[in-house]
Design a protein around this ligand. Structure first.
Ligand code: SF4
Length: 198
């Protein structure tokens, strides 16, 4: 990380190869969300200024990447809230590994749907949302956002050999029409976030 920092700064701090332009949702500061994994992870950071690796990478950075948050904004949040946030280690981890901002060392985005979060934690059992549903009321936001992320970044990610399996699933969803429902669900999620109901 130290070497990456020395090699890639200062460009790394504002790197944004996926051109993600959404603002960081307010619940990163307030913790007020129905997503149990995010709610508990933010609460841990608020209480202790710390959370473990899976919470950092696969809950908080994962959600921000799927949502399309500008990497610089998530990096500022990590630097402001964690007791161990040293710029040289936090910026490469958040901007590059967390949000695939530059491609300087990450070979693919570290994103996942609810399936992986459920395997690595015990959040989903107590959640307002259903971990197995992609669309419909109370479907886990990570699921629709995951497919929408792959769909909207297809031009940049499809040719990545590590993404081949994912894009075979994307093909099925595009051909079956399921992707239209997923896009509509994401619009619904963005509306909910605007009103503080996500
Ligand atoms: S169902 Fe989705 S939002 Fe809820 S805890 Fe699991 S991954 Fe997080």
């Amino acid at each position: 990380m130290r070497h990456v920092y020395r090699h890639a700064m200062p460009e790394l701090e504002t790197a944004n190869q996926l051109e993600a332009s959404h603002d960081l949702p307010e619940f990163y500061w307030s913790g007020e969300t129905n997503m149990e994994c995010v709610r508990q992870s933010v609460a841990d950071v608020e209480q202790r200024g710390y959370s473990h690796h899976i919470q950092r990478l696969m809950v908080l950075a994962n959600f921000a990447t799927l949502w399309g948050v500008e990497p610089k904004q998530l990096n500022e949040w990590f630097n402001a809230t964690y007791v161990d946030a040293y710029h040289w280690v936090t910026t490469p981890n958040v901007v590059e590994m967390g949000q695939y901002g530059d491609g300087v060392f990450a070979s693919k985005p570290y994103v996942s749907s609810a399936n992986y979060i459920d395997k690595m934690s015990d959040y989903c059992g107590d959640c307002h949302y259903y971990k197995t549903k992609d669309t419909g009321n109370k479907a886990c936001p990570f699921n629709a956002l995951y497919w929408d992320f792959l769909d909207r970044n297809e031009d940049q990610l499809r040719s990545n050999h590590r993404m081949g399996l994912m894009y075979s699933h994307v093909d099925n969803k595009q051909e079956s029409g399921d992707m239209d429902e997923i896009r509509a669900r994401v619009e619904d999620l963005r509306e909910k976030e605007r009103y503080g109901e996500l």
